[in-house]
Design a protein around this ligand. Sequence first.
Ligand code: NDP
Length: 259
Amino acid sequence: MASRVCDSVLVTGSNRGIGLELVRQLVDSPSSPLQIFAGCRDPNGPRAQELQELAQKHHDVITVVQLDTDSVASIADASKLVEAKLNGSGLNLIINNAGVNIPGSLAESGTQEMVDVFTTNVVGPMLIAKNFRPLLCKAAAQVPHQTSMSCRRSAVVNISSILSSLTTCADNFNLCPMYPYRVSKAALNMLTCCLAEDFKKEGILVISLHPGWVQTGMGGPQAPLTTAESVSCMMKVITSLTEKDSGTLLDWEGKSLPW
Ligand code: NDP
């Protein structure tokens, strides 16, 4: 039997799009984690129905966790719930997937638009890392014999975007003139770099991962990749991450992207 992806994982924004597919492929994997925490800001709302059905089918593995990544209180409560469910074990993997985009030309973007997108795409992942750090450290310390970093040991994957790249902005700006989104994802990448340095001593790997252009509410129907294609590729990348990948930006095929 293949070795487990990891023992435990938290996916934020997991009620639809890429997040839901991540939970689906994680639980369907022959090497499924023992515990999947599916973060969702409105678990009892109509948009969480598919996730709830999946969680009922796999109630021994999936726990739906109320988690609004814009809310400090929600993040704190979620970390307490996850800690209790882990029953003394650490949390191996966090996939910071929840994200928002809005039409964002310069004319359309003001203080509120910048702050709202920044809150979800940057502050949320930062507060998640801060609140869950003790659980990540615990997981990393539970495998002292295994010195190298991996998602089986302890890792944070920040779902970023090619639109974050400063180097390629001139190639694609006119196609997607999205000020709040681009700026927020560039900031998320800096968060990845800061966390990678900060968490290195604790053995926790941190990367930014671009999922490709994907058919979701955000990506739209004309995107070339289905969620199934993007996520199956990303799972291969996530499960083969090593120390050398920490603090980098990769795409769904594992190719390195320029900052
Ligand atoms: P969707 O718009 O389809 O889904 C976004 C998810 O994030 C939903 O589950 C949504 O929940 C959740 N979410 C948004 N804000 C919050 C919040 N404050 N707290 C908790 N959950 C929240 O987007 P995708 O699945 O396409 O995107 C997933 C990630 O991939 C994002 O980070 C996005 O930036 C990134 N990405 C996507 C690309 C694409 O082509 N699709 C390309 C590059 C990057 P709710 O239902 O409650 O709104």
